[in-house]
Design a protein around this ligand. Structure first.
Ligand SMILES: Cc1cc2nc3c(=O)[nH]c(=O)nc-3n(C[C@H](O)[C@H](O)[C@H](O)COP(=O)(O)OP(=O)(O)OC[C@H]3O[C@@H](n4cnc5c(N)ncnc54)[C@H](O)[C@@H]3O)c2cc1C
Length: 390
């Protein structure tokens, strides 16, 4: 099926079975504003570790399971089937760090993160720098053996559950003045404070506060990679995360197509199943067709990562599937609400929750417009046959 090996199918089955145990908690979590009972949070975390579904992106060199890109996609696809971030317990730590981490960094952060003992968050976006990361205003000044960081970051996802944070800043002095650094800093650290925690459309336990950094001293040993390399890591992270966003969108779309098909098959309107009314049949058919195409493209991109395709080509393809799968999921969620009618507007209905939750997939990790710019630029620079592999 789908050209998947026995191992691939087993991993997908394992992830699906686990995720199916999370779905019954969705409504309870939704109505509690995203908060699940602590004993269940702990149980899910332990279960994700026990089933070998945690840190699936991490190589065996640091204790991870070393799954292929396709296998990671199969797991994240299942993550996308659940609302309210309940499957975020299948966490993926920063795999881009492994290659450049010092031995101290591997021991202090990377390996514990793979074991599920530490959790990161990313402080990159600012009030006036989102899509355009080069506009960052947060500064890092070298002072003796430390960097001193000042600035305010927005939308710092998982800050409330993280115990370390990556912060990206502009160097004020030295040979790389004006370039970016990425620093890792433990939480809490003096000078790092929550300014406020805005409410967002979705109801998920992980918050996205605005966080200020005031004269925060970060030892130079906590520099990730080299001075001036800050943007490179952001690019690596984006490339990975965009494919995983696409995978979760495909999973969400699959859940919605399942749910709306079942509903349309049983709900009787004007004496016959809703799905037999041809305007509704068309909504089901369009959704299934778009889902099928999105999944095929997603697996193809994952396979090209596993085949060691050129980085720049992969950058374009990651943008292509992020764009395709997130826009597809948005359309399917909209149709699902319509098929469910008034029920689809109730928070206890999966279509209503997905409709809200999926909206951000077209914004974070680069808005759809940015993905189009990336794909377009790569086409002009490398030619369509290279980008498309034809
Ligand atoms: C729930 C949530 C969680 C997030 N988590 C994190 C996190 O953990 N860490 C972090 O650092 N950031 C995080 N972000 C920030 C996210 O990455 C940014 O919101 C995103 O990159 C867009 O930046 P912006 O919001 O500043 O929008 P802007 O850059 O102001 O852009 C607004 C809109 O303008 C359009 N646009 C922008 N540039 C162009 C262009 N060149 N051409 C055409 N159109 C354009 C796009 O439609 C875009 O949506 C999160 C955001 C959200 C909503």
């Amino acid at each position: 099926m789908d050209g998947l090996s026995e191992t691939d199918l087993e991993i997908r089955r394992r992830a699906r079975e686990f995720v199916d145990t999370l779905i019954p908690y969705e409504v309870e979590t939704e109505l509690a504003g995203g908060i699940l009972r602590p004993e269940l949070v702990e149980e899910h975390h332990e279960e994700a570790l026990r089933r070998g579904l945690y840190a699936t992106n991490m190589p065996t060199s640091v204790g991870g399971p070393g799954l292929t890109a396709l296998q990671q996609v199969l797991v994240q696809e299942q993550v996308g089937r659940v609302t309210n971030g309940l499957a975020w317990c299948l966490h993926t730590p920063p795999q881009w760090w492994v290659e450049v981490a010092t031995e101290e960094q591997l021991e202090r952060w990377v390996r514990p993160a793979v074991r599920g003992e530490r959790h990161e968050c990313y402080a990159i976006t600012e009030e006036l720098a989102g899509s355009d990361v080069s506009a960052l205003a947060t500064t890092a000044r070298r002072d003796g053996d430390d960097y001193v960081v000042n600035g305010t970051k927005w939308h710092v996802t998982s800050y409330n559950v993280a115990d370390y944070c990556f912060v990206q800043a502009v160097l004020t002095d030295g040979p790389h003045a004006g370039e970016h650094v990425l620093l890792v800093v433990d939480l809490p650290t003096p000078g790092i404070e929550v300014v406020r925690t805005p409410a967002y459309s979705h109801h998920i336990a992980d918050e996205h506060p605005i966080v200020s950094f005031t004269d925060v001293r970060v030892p130079a040993s906590q520099l990730v990679g080299a001075e001036g390399a800050g943007m490179t890591f952001a690019q690596d992270w984006f490339r990975f995360e965009r494919v995983m966003v696409a995978a979760r969108c495909v999973g969400a779309s699959a859940r919605l197509v399942d749910e709306m098909t079942t509903f349309a098959g049983t709900r009787i309107v004007n004496g016959r199943p809703l799905g037999e009314h041809q305007l509704v049949t068309a909504m089901l058919a369009d959704s299934a067709t778009e889902l099928f195409a999105a999944r095929a493209a997603l697996y193809e991109v994952a396979r090209s990562i596993d085949a060691g395709e050129d980085r720049a080509v992969l950058h374009a393809r990651a943008s292509m599937v992020k764009l395709l799968c997130s826009e597809t999921a948005g359309r399917i969620a909209d149709r699902a609400v319509q098929v469910f009618g008034g029920r689809g507007y109730m928070r206890e209905n999966v279509a209503e929750r997905m409709y809200r939750e999926l909206r951000v997939e077209r914004i974070w990790e680069g808005a759809s417009e940015l993905q189009r710019l990336i794909v377009g630029r790569q086409l002009l620079k490398r030619g369509a046959p290279t980008v498309l592999g034809t």
